[in-house]
Design a protein around this ligand. Sequence first.
Ligand code: KIV
Length: 295
Amino acid sequence: MTTRPRKPAPNTPAPGKLPLPELDELKQRGEKIAMVTAYDAPSGRLADEAGVDIILVGDSAAMVVLGYDSTVPASMDEMVMLTRAVTRGARRPLVIADMPFGSFQISDEAALENAIRFVKDAGADGVKLEGAGPTLSRVRALVGAGIPVMGHIGLTPQSATMLGGFKAQGRSAERARQLLADARELEAAGCFSLVLEAVPAPVAKQITSTLSIPTIGIGAGVDCDGQVLVWHDLLGLYAGHAPRFVKQYANLAPEIRAALERFVGEVRSGAFPETQHTYAMTEEELAVFSEATVK
Ligand code: KIV
């Protein structure tokens, strides 16, 4: 009889999982980290098969999956459900759940409760929090409880109104210095990595060389330790306006639409289904069935 659990307990790495400390080693070796967002099990599996290192279950889900105009309406229940789906599909990549607006702003205790939900109920390997300043004590509380935290500064969509809209940050010397100071504080608070969004490339380069934790850039230039893109932007699935930092690697929306149009056409014409898509029954059973229905 074995006393070893068949599955790892929550918050312990599953077999085959990329060990978190390896991210630091990748940085030290100058090997780039690939991160992508995903929101369901099939995309988690595909990202895993493609060799992605980190999957972010971003609150961008509010816009690209749930159809809202901003990330703000994403709820804990929605984010937990999406994260759970991704962790069912992905094995090796670290799965990081984005803490939605309202889930960590109120207090360290509320932040910890919600982060624990991601780890226990959804199987996340860590969480991401936007901002610095008041976010620092949240980071300390979560890391103190053993939950890995990814920071996120620059353009932080949850506070886009305060930032004057969805635009690049840190473009003046003073703002750039503030970003560098925020980055240092987030590292000191215990973040294991830091997303830099829509930040001038030289500022991101300086932050990256100053920190010992890896930076993951989105619109922050090539000198970050890794890069992230949103699934729907990368694959050409989002109908909204794409920021200039997006590179589209496929244009799947027209292909999906064309396939659906063919399906609709074949259903209406009767061309689908064909014999190979249907089930047969024996002549004898059919005769008995027909006799019974005639009576
Ligand atoms: O929500 C998200 O997808 C993100 C990435 C853009 C970093 O925060």
